[in-house]
Design a protein around this ligand. Structure first.
Ligand code: NDP
Length: 322
């Protein structure tokens, strides 16, 4: 049995607890949290303090880090890789090389193994971009996200003065996707690829038109997109917009000879982004333990991992099912 610890218990942490129940070769040692463990409502797992985690060395094969990418993982992954093999879902794309270098150094110094930035993007989408671009070097790759909730954009809306609550959906432009699949060569801008749709709850007495203008012109988040804003009540938001669906498509269109078109499409439709991401983390946790057993210490990304290391089936069985 692979002994797993969850570090940090939010949406992803809960997803990992659920996923481990579906993987018969894994056993959950516990949830480790920075909060008072008594206040953390798990679905059966025991919750402990971080102090407790230090005493568990030797009882844990791999720690799955479920903190946020913005401020938790940049410090938590290197910190816990001192003592344990680790997995994280660090998704700030621009900072992955820096994060990798830090974790790699700690892992090599302490003879541990870490797989960083797993999940679906970065993660499974990164793998599919690499496969497509290696197989069809004459071609174009586009990634489309959604329809799904973007936590970062939803947070940006909630930070506006006068906004009580909000949810933002990223919606891919299906017309553009169809044109690409048909082999059209397109020069695409950010605005062409995605729309943004916002559902916003306002405080009493706030001018809706002023807020709409502030949203659609917000740099980095909305200014570069066509954005639609709907003002709704808190009750409507709670009833219709509290799930966390997501997904997307990696689409690569290429040619192999003159006009011979080839299309590679990888698509995810997720009812729960955190539950799916958690399932990816759990599969990579299995690979991490196998690498550590082989004394392959250091940091890795999904691009470094042999696919068979994700599986609990033997090489012989996998070859038979090839
Ligand atoms: P959450 O905000 O739900 O949880 C993050 C951390 O916050 C937890 O580990 C927990 O730490 C703490 N926390 C959770 N709930 C509470 C609470 N009620 N009060 C106080 N603290 C709380 O984030 P998610 O689980 O939704 O996402 C984590 C990260 O996963 C995201 O930042 C994102 O970067 C990444 N992600 C990556 C994807 C990919 O494809 N690579 C896809 C989806 C997400 P503690 O228990 O220690 O307090």
């Amino acid at each position: 049995m692979i002994k797993v610890a969850i570090i940090g218990y939010g949406n992803l942490g809960r997803g990992v607890e659920r996923s481990i129940k579906q993987n018969n070769d894994m056993e959950l040692v516990g949830v480790f949290t920075r909060r008072d463990p008594e206040t953390v409502q798990t679905e059966g797992a025991k919750a402990f303090t971080m102090e407790h985690l230090k005493q568990k060395k030797g009882e844990i094969d791999v720690c799955i880090l479920c903190g946020g990418s913005a401020t938790d993982l940049p410090s938590q992954t290197p910190e816990w890789t001192h003592l344990f093999n680790t997995i994280d879902s660090f998704d700030t794309h621009a900072k992955i090389p820096e994060h990798f270098a830090k974790v790699d150094q700690v892992a090599k110094e302490n003879q541990t193994t870490s797989i960083i930035s797993t999940g679906w993007d970065p993660g499974l989408f990164s793998l599919n971009r690499l496969y497509a671009q290696s197989i069809l070097p004459v071609g174009q790759t586009n990634t489309f996200w959604g329809k799904g909730v973007s936590q970062g954009h939803s947070d940006a809306l909630r930070r506006i003065n006068g906004v009580l609550d909000a949810v933002q959906y990223t919606i891919p432009n299906s017309e553009v996707i169809e044109k690409l699949k048909a082999g059209e060569q397109l020069e695409l801008t950010t605005r062409d690829k995605h729309f943004r749709e916002c559902f916003v709850v306002l405080a009493d007495g706030v001018d809706a038109e002023e807020i709409r203008k502030e949203i659609v012109s917000m740099p980095n988040y909305f200014a570069d997109y066509d954005t639609e804003v709907h003002f709704i009540t808190q009750a409507e938001l709670d009833q219709n917009h509290k799930e966390m669906p997501h997904g997307g498509t990696v689409l690569h269109t290429g040619i192999t000879h003159e006009n011979t078109k080839q299309v590679i499409e990888y698509n995810l439709q997720l009812e729960s982004n955190p539950e799916f991401t958690a399932s990816v983390l759990v599969a990579y946790a299995r690979a991490c333990v196998r690498l550590a057993k082989e004394k392959q210490f250091g940091a890795y990304t999904v691009l470094d991992i042999p696919p068979k290391y994700l599986s609990d089936r033997s090489d012989e069985v996998l070859r038979k099912e090839l």
